[in-house]
Design a protein around this ligand. Structure first.
Ligand SMILES: Cc1cc2nc3c(=O)[nH]c(=O)nc-3n(C[C@H](O)[C@H](O)[C@H](O)COP(=O)(O)OP(=O)(O)OC[C@H]3O[C@@H](n4cnc5c(N)ncnc54)[C@H](O)[C@@H]3O)c2cc1C
Length: 391
């Protein structure tokens, strides 16, 4: 290890939350964004989010498919939700690369976080780095926050999921809530243009048997070893600040309970933290003031998080035949609109910026179940490979 390097800000974790935070810091000083993997390499998610998120980020090239409806199957009932914001699936690597390409002047490094020295320097790979502003965007393990004294994520509030891909189509984002083989969880099928991402999750964080459940859902005996990926996601909003660190995304438990929607909060709260941190680099606010303002932004959503956490508990505990009419009731026009207004207000996608102070004006194709340029490009590549093979 060489001497200590000095930066104005260090962000640990370069997925949704880290890229969003670093994007707000670009050009404001000497900034380092460190991840244990290259940007875009560590996909764990089914990559379903609001079309508005891709629009606000001017990231239409990552779009795979727009979904007219969200469908929940429960106890034989099929309930279609007409969501105020249409959902879309997107390509993880493409979105990460779009966001990374905007990190003007930010140094992006493959360097696993290993700890914090007593003097406060961060150990990143074989480097020792010091910075006034530090941001933990390392996902549910919250490695930096823990090294600064925060508690690890509570295992009782961690869900877990696995996922695989199939080459067939589909129209809507579809869930099977508490199916017989997975009474504490959910299966899903997210069409993404030229394939469908299908997965299984346990709200109770029971990883054992998940792969087998997913195989059963797919009418398969078993999966080949490398065909499935997955991970953990939190269902409890934690403290968005740990000692002197901003904590963002899954590291702060910002994934929404019940729905497991974590991408939008990671991006929105990631940018919120980055925006406050930038004022520290610009010298217009103290670090303490910036942390307090970021915490206050997140705390405005705490009640909604708490309510969703309770709904998740009830939804898993109540007998399935009781849950089914409740789900149907929630899809009823006026109630659905009211609930959605509360839900979308948490991590409002309209706050997202392309770069500090710049709002996008992109309008992507609406609700027709369209596929995006990323898919057309892949299809083109597949077609030309097939042509070459048959020539
Ligand atoms: C199977 C599954 C499907 C999901 N599907 C969806 C979905 O469709 N829609 C949705 O909204 N949410 C979904 N989620 C939740 C969503 O994936 C997360 O909420 C989201 O990824 C959180 O983003 P993040 O940037 O906070 O953390 P992450 O995406 O987990 O990124 C953390 C980053 O930190 C890095 N890191 C970790 N440890 C270190 C270290 N020691 N040193 C350096 N870097 C480190 C990792 O490599 C990674 O790049 C899903 C989750 C799972 C498990």
């Amino acid at each position: 290890m060489t001497g200590t390097e000095t930066y104005d800000a260090v962000v640990v974790g370069a997925s949704f939350a880290g890229l969003a935070a670093a994007g707000q810091l670009a050009g404001a000083g000497r900034v380092l964004l460190a991840d244990r993997e290259p940007v875009g390499a560590g996909e764990t998610s089914a990559c379903g989010t609001l079309l508005a998120v891709l629009e606000r980020l001017d990231a239409g090239d990552a779009l795979e498919q727009v979904h007219p409806e969200v469908v929940i199957n429960v106890a034989g009932l099929r309930v279609a939700f007409d969501t105020a914001y249409p959902f879309a699936t997107f390509d993880y690597r493409t979105l990460c690369e779009i966001l990374a390409a905007r990190l003007d002047g930010v140094e992006v490094a493959v360097a696993p976080f290993k700890g914090v020295e007593p003097g406060g320097a961060l150990l990143l790979g074989d480097r020792r780095v010091r910075a006034e502003v530090v941001i933990d965007a390392s996902g549910w393990r919250r490695v930096l926050a823990r090294a600064l004294g925060a508690a690890p994520a509570d295992r009782g509030h961690l869900s877990t999921g696995v996922e695989t891909r199939h080459h067939h189509g589909g129209r809507d984002l579809e869930f099977w809530f508490r199916p017989p083989e997975r009474p504490d969880g959910v299966h899903w099928a997210f069409p993404a243009g030229d394939h469908v991402r299908e997965g299984s999750a346990s709200y109770a964080g029971k990883a054992k048997g998940l792969r087998e459940d997913l195989a059963h859902f797919e009418h398969l005996d078993a999966f080949p070893a490398r065909a499935v990926h997955g991970g953990w996601f939190p269902a409890h909003l934690g403290d968005p600040a740990a000692s002197r660190a901003f904590v963002v995304g899954d590291a702060a438990g910002q994934c929404l309970p019940l729905t497991g929607e974590g991408i939008r909060p990671a991006l929105v709260f990631g940018q919120a933290a980055g925006r406050e941190a930038r004022t520290v680099l610009e010298g217009t606010q103290s670090l303490g003031g910036a942390l307090a303002r970021y915490r206050a932004t997140v705390e405005r959503s705490r009640l909604a998080y708490r309510a969703l956490e309770h709904f998740q508990d009830w939804a898993v505990r109540l007998p399935v035949p009781v849950v089914a009419p409740v789900v149907r009731g929630c899809a009823w026009g006026p109630l659905s609109r009211r609930l959605q207004a509360i839900y979308w207000a948490v991590a409002d996608p309209d706050t997202l910026e392309v770069s500090p102070g710049t709002r996008a004006v992109t309008k992507l194709p609406g609700r027709q179940g369209v596929t995006g340029a990323a898919v057309e490009e892949r299809r083109g590549a597949i077609d030309s490979n097939e042509e070459a093979a048959s020539a």
